[in-house]
Design a protein around this ligand. Structure first.
Ligand code: F6R
Length: 242
């Protein structure tokens, strides 16, 4: 795992977008694993900019998002599908059929998980996985637990995650209590992983993932076993690392 420090969030976002554009130039049918939340917002803005400048073509790109809230339909403004559509998909030439998302609305949870797992298996691996990190060390919605789960699964959101994500809702009672998330297995099978963090509140978790200990209570610590992970931070985070 390599730590890369950028001066600021904008540079971090821009360089990550350029990295993706370069990859897509080399492999037009790149499989991208995508995250939502505030961390990749700048990245998506930069990708849209590069698309408008004809520096990246999404025509053959495939995407797999990490997670979705259980109970929120695609049209819900706080659903992760809505987020992706608003910030990236509707602004570039990605083919609708190439967008993959776990379903937040289902009657059979096992079936919904199997369905996403099957789609992931069909592409074999993700070429480039973008990750944010929860202040509790979650990746996707793989929350701290006794064990890590390899496959797509339904998870109870940790109280800290509900609290962290309440800022997107009118109040914390509106935050869904469960999510459907890609498991640790698909994340670890990605060829390259870029984990981004730009808020001071993430420094403790970032520190912990360089500790040399793999701990299911800090899911991101598993990334230490992957041979190609870049941890991209701005100075604000870097200055708080030990
Ligand atoms: C979202 C996701 C989460 C977020 C994490 C950080 O798809 O997978 O793991 O990356 O909760 O969220 P922000 O970026 O809002 O701080």
């Amino acid at each position: 795992m390599e730590l890369v420090v950028y001066d600021d969030y904008q540079t971090l976002s821009r360089q990550t977008a350029k990295y993706i554009a370069e990859l897509v130039r080399k492999k037009p049918n790149t499989v991208l694993g995508l995250a939502t939340g505030s961390t990749p917002l700048g990245l998506y803005q930069e990708l849209v900019h590069l698309y408008n400048e004809k520096e990246i073509d999404f025509k053959d790109v495939l995407t797999f998002n990490l997670d979705e809230y259980v109970g929120l339909p695609k049209e819900h403004p706080q659903s992760y599908y809505y987020f992706m559509n608003q910030h990236l998909f509707s602004k570039v030439n990605i083919a609708k059929n190439n967008i993959h998302f776990p379903r937040g609305i289902f009657t059979d949870p096992k079936e919904a998980c199997r369905e996403y797992e099957k789609q992931l298996t069909e592409v074999d691996h993700i070429d480039l996985q973008i990750l944010g990190i929860g202040s509790n060390g979650h990746i996707g919605f793989n929350e701290p637990a006794k064990r890590m789960t390899l496959d797509t699964h339904i998870t109870d959101l940790a109280p800290r995650t509900i609290q962290d994500n309440a800022r997107f809702f009118n109040d914390s009672n509106e935050v869904p209590r469960q999510a459907i998330t890609m498991g640790i297995g698909s994340i670890m099978r990605a060829k390259t992983i870029l984990l981004m963090a730009h808020k001071e509140s993430k420094a403790e978790a970032i520190d912990a993932i360089f500790s040399g200990v793999v701990d299911p209570n800090l899911p991101a610590s598993i990334l230490q076993l992957h041979s190609n992970v870049l941890v991209l931070v701005n100075k604000e985070v870097a200055n708080r690392l030990h």
